[in-house]
Ligand binder design. Sequence first.
Ligand code: ARG
Length: 593
Amino acid sequence: MKKILDLISEEVEKAFAEAGYDADLGRVTLSNRPDLCEYQCNGAMAGAKKYHKAPLTIAQDVAAKLGGSSVLSEVSAAAPGFLNMKVKESFVGQYLRDMAASEKFGLEMPEKPMKVIIDYGGPNIAKPLHVGHLRPAIIGESVKRIYRYAGHDIIGDIHMGDWGLPMGLIITELRKRQPDLIYFDDSYEGEYPADAPFTISELEEIYPTASARSKEDEAYKADAMEATYKLQSGVRGYRALWKHIMDVSVADLKKNYNDLDVEFDLWKGESDVHEIIPDMVDRMKKDGFAYESDGAWVVDVKEETDTKEMPPCMILKSDGAALYNTTDLATIEDRMKTYHPDRLIYVTDKRQDLYFEQIFRCARKTKLVNEDTELIHIGFGTMNGKDGKPFKTREGGVMRLENLIAEINEEMLRKIRDNAETKGYAVDDAEAEATAKVVGLAAIKYGDLSNQASKDYIFDMDRFTSFEGDTGPYILYTIVRIKSILGKYEEQGGKLTDIVIGEAQNESEKALMLELAKANAQLEAACEEIAPHRICAYIYDIANAFNRFYHETKILTEEDDAVRSGWIALLSLTVKLLEQCIDLLGFSAPDRM
Ligand code: ARG
């Protein structure tokens, strides 16, 4: 479906042409003086030079041609040459009826859908998720959903840190504690036990212990490196133990991401490309891209136009070991071969900006990707505490994600109970707790996504959980309010099918309609700009427009049936759009709150 701005522009472009001017001058934008008009066109000013005429004259000529328009109701030329316009109620009504009848609110599907892989999450095996994992999960999930909705074929890959020294450290510590485990018996040839010899909590204790010990104890570190080597070269018992580490850890990760309503299509990790690394590195050497530097192997990625320092991309350390870079490059190779993507998107902390710039250049230079493969890094800012410093626990440690979520849910529960008390209705505990979880997730996700991803933001529990202002709970509150009106309408015997949106009866209704009419343009922009925050801003505008209309209008007691059912149809469209948008942000609404 065409965008409303395009339809209005077409009308004005036609008038420019009829008045003898270049049609292109007729491009219309939203008004930046909403007190005067709804839309404006600045084309007369742009045309003044070409036509040697006062802009006001041009604007007046065009306005005269728009007198009989079926789209525009008020057109006036204002000094120095603006065209100020309002649209007809009948036009907006029809636009919304068309929108309600189309798929996806009139969002046009791409002629050629893109194949995209999005790499987000990036948790490390055997380490608990902490607040640092929140942003990639939230942003990545939303971007994935937006792309999918916009008609692209997108695959989300978690890309776990599941290989290398951390695994060797865990195995070493296990060996110290339980040397008799069958996995360490080189002569054993039988099957290994199906159950892991540790639980997730043990694993989460083992890793930091091992990591700390290796920093103090050289011999221990050497053991860990040896264990890493044995694991990577395929020693059976070590592989079996690693498999247990993976299973236990992945089960826990799945639970945690599930609580966040984050779902990955692929659970691949660094280990998956282990075997293709040697060939890739050999090729980079053979093709002359990689050269030796202080014992390590590097690829130059500097470009002439660089203004900042651009260090070479290291692909092998001086001890011959692969590193973070190597696995990312090999993963690119693997993704290209397996999925043939047009675009690869990475969602990580913006402190990795330079790193990804190096990786992308190296991948291009060494032809791991095609010339037209797009490589995009979405570097996000830091989540800070109220003190403006990276978010910490009260004790100053790194906060586990579970604890952060629990805190938010607790606060939400308190607010939900308060709210029920003030309003004088009863909520049972189970329902209140379930609602608190749903609303708590919205509070966290909206609090994050409403900021442009690259910016730092302050995690403000009070503000995020508030039912008022630019918050997730406010959006949900609006949705719940609309659902309750629709429910009451049905209780009164009204039907939600076979009702149609009519013409706006008042200014606030029209404002809501014009807000809704932007849906396809807004959704398209959010996808093109990879910008979930645009969806947040949009639904905040819708919620405000709806609430204004709601406060100024007695909907359910309206006596004119056609008007009342038209309003109900408008509310249904509003709530459908809001619910779709929050789904794109990665959360949902409760039935009541
Ligand atoms: N596991 C990494 C870490 O904890 C993040 C991975 C990000 N993704 C990537 N393709 N490099 O820092």
